[in-house]
Design a protein around this ligand. Sequence first.
Ligand SMILES: O=C(O)C(=O)Cc1ccc(O)cc1
Ligand SMILES: [Fe+2]
Length: 450
Amino acid sequence: MAVPLHRLHHVSLQVSNGQKLIYDLASKYKFNLFATRITDRSRQTAFRKGAAVFVVNEGPRCVAEKEMNDGGLDGVTRKHLADLHRASSEKFKQGNKSPPCLYDGHHHHPVDSVRNVCFEVEDVERSFKVLRELGCSFLVPPTTVEDEDGAVTYSVVKSVVGNVCHTLIDKTKYAGVFLPEFHATGRDWSSGKEEDEPCPVTHFDHITYACPRKTTHQVMQWYEKLFGFQRFFIERNEDVDEGFVVNQDGVGLRLTAMQFWKCSEAGLSLPLVDKNEPDCKFVIAESLPHQGRNQVDTFLEQHRAAGIQHIGLYTKNIVSAANTMAEAGVQFFSPPPAYYTQVGKQQEIEEAGHNPQMLSQHGILLDTDLHQDTSSQRDGSQNKRYLLQVFTKPIFAEDTFFLELIQRRGATGFGEGNIRALWRSVQAYMEDERRDSDTEESAKTVQSAQ
Ligand SMILES: O=C(O)C(=O)Cc1ccc(O)cc1
Ligand SMILES: [Fe+2]
């Protein structure tokens, strides 16, 4: 049987130099830096906004750890590896050697990347055994880390999506602010009043993977088999095998979504499951053939592997959140100018209770769910289901990972109109960038010819 996951604990980003990202997350995206773990050669910085937690890992490009292919790993070897892992942390504490970043695998990736989605589980040892039986590869075997506030056990699984891995963690014996060896900064302002904030983000709404063509099934099967993820239909008429396909007017995208099995729904009462905490969906995006330059293939090329392309941050007030972030310097993608003037758009926005000008100011997109309940149609626009989204420009040096703000009113999937607008605005951005770099190149050629 699959391993049940309690909740998403945090997402970690591995960067070579975190200076800019740490600054951006705190001052532009308004995340609260609440805990750090600093050693002489690595730094881990934890940020929180509501239940959305990011950990920025910077370190020496940790010694490429040999992957432990656990399919055939015996108990003695496993213990040996666990001892090595522990000893290297010890050595480092004594000033001998740089440690890996804690709570993560230490595999090398050539570019900055969002590479770990950490889940809380009930029993790490047992999860490890089950997953190993199911053929899973581990980057870190069950390992315990302690400090004066208690102990945490974790293990790191390699996923089938590029460099993405999953830390499974048991925090039931830990009472500290975040995780052992992290120190609270004493600056956690985010306790519970997100709704009053100008930039209210409450949780991760979804995590989107960019994957090579024809790999969606394999990814789905892996998550279903190991963690009991279930298919989530983005659109009610979506084909089970094909997924949600957007293939018109130059857009060519296949989306398939899944969500993780909620133990509480299956009748298991696990102490850590907060039934009110919304779950995060996982979306797999593939480009369709003959697409030319597009955001999925550009990601795969620049990230040099499949991986996490963007994360949707849920907000109850997208206009306020986008305003606040834009004022602090966040750049958003703008949809094509015709987006807000297309027939019926103004009315659609107004009916949803929004101001078209306010939305256009920061490129916020609005989609109305066309499959409304018959009862809600009768009740008029008040009960229609809407989805508002806005996408930031990539946050690393490469055109890879970006963030999204998403506000849902009833709509649970993703809007086709929004996807088209996003696709086009990213395409325009990439063409602009290419033009800029071509101009630079030809300027250099002219200079060197002179
Ligand atoms: O619409 C969303 O927010 C999605 O997450 C779907 C999606 C996925 C990948 C893309 O390149 C564009 C859109
Ligand atoms: Fe998204």
